[in-house]
Design a protein around this ligand. Sequence first.
Ligand code: ALL
Length: 340
Amino acid sequence: MPCVQPRFPRQSFLVTLAGLLLLSGPGCGNSSAPEVAAEADGGPAVAAASGEKPRVALVMKSLANEFFATMAEGAKSHASQHVADYELIVNGIQDETDLAGQVSLVEQMVAQQVAAIVIAPADSKALVPALRKAGQAGIVVVNIDNRLDAEVLREQQVQIPFVGPDNRVGAKNVGLQLAKSLQAGDEVAILEGLETSFNGQQRKLGFTEAATEAGLKIVASQSAQWEMDVANQAAAALLTAHPGLKGIMACNDSMALGALAAVRAAGRNEVKIAGFDNIKAVRQAVLDGQIAVTADQHGDQLAVYGIETALELLRGDRQAAGVRDRETAVDLITKETLSR
Ligand code: ALL
């Protein structure tokens, strides 16, 4: 295959190296220098680098969720301020469970030979093989928001940096805040995200820890797949099954809104709700006192941090130190913080 000369300096080597990082050594936090194997024939990695400037593909989850609309806006605004540095391609799927759709988006990005993929995976395990292939094609891959499964990454010998918050701690703080409006012994229920998402699992753990610490009784915990309407039906059923229910901890704001509609419809306004994301619609409900608390995980900046990491890897700035994870902030949002 003929060797295509890249116009992005040093990129052909670095892109190849970044791709090979996916195949070498132990976990992401490891700071040892990556193993580098040479790819001399100017294969896909070199072709990927042949454009004027690198193309970075942001692959998100459900675009119906305001959280990802906000994420896309943040990324676009960053791209417009860095037009000389990279070109942004924005992608997403239609609903939270469309895993095949997201795998196919990754495959399309590989076929288009983008320089980097920044992805919020809909499923922590199912996306790994497609991302491994992207890495083998010389594409830099950065995982944002929902962490890929560490064991599957290890099994498949893939190293991908993670940029995102500690969801367990974030959810624990949300749960403890909710507990302030409840009493020890009160019954609460958890609405979980997609069961195969690591961040959903972590939030469930955080809520559970908070409930235990505050002496709340968890009477039910079930997945509502991150979706408002699924949560609405689940919450309606929970309210009927548990007449003494006093709190609902929803692993994201879409589900908190679904629960809120169910609480109102049932006339059970004593039931306090917690969410996670700080989307606009929930902010209003927090101000009105209908939702007790949510968490701001700065969705508008999450993709930006992932893009910055991808650009650093493409430039080679972080090669010497190895691929590193980056923990991002989670802040509590209450009526009080919003009124400041
Ligand atoms: C997670 C995000 C958000 C979001 C959910 C739905 O990965 O962190 O909390 O609401 O995905 O896809």
